[in-house]
Design a protein around this ligand. Structure first.
Ligand code: SF4
Length: 69
């Protein structure tokens, strides 16, 4: 599956909004609202959501013995 079906609603990636600045968006229904807001009319636009960066694994505690058979 490419996109999650259950996504946390946010005005920042709603189909009915357009960005105004870093913290606000303009909504077709409510006008200027916070990008972190939400409502029942949320429609997910997967191309607008920026996913969080993946956590890098910490290899500092491992030594060469951990990588040999
Ligand atoms: S207020 Fe509702 S409809 Fe408007 S952008 Fe936010 S989630 Fe979408």
């Amino acid at each position: 599956m490419l996109f999650q079906k259950k996504i946390e609603p946010r005005c920042a990636y709603c189909q009915r909004s357009a960005p105004v600045d870093e913290k606000n968006v303009i909504c077709l229904k409510k006008g200027v609202v916070s990008a972190a807001g939400q409502c029942r009319s949320f429609r997910y636009d997967p191309l607008r959501r920026v996913p969080p960066k993946p956590i890098m694994p910490d290899f500092s505690r491992l030594d060469d013995a951990d990588f040999s058979l």
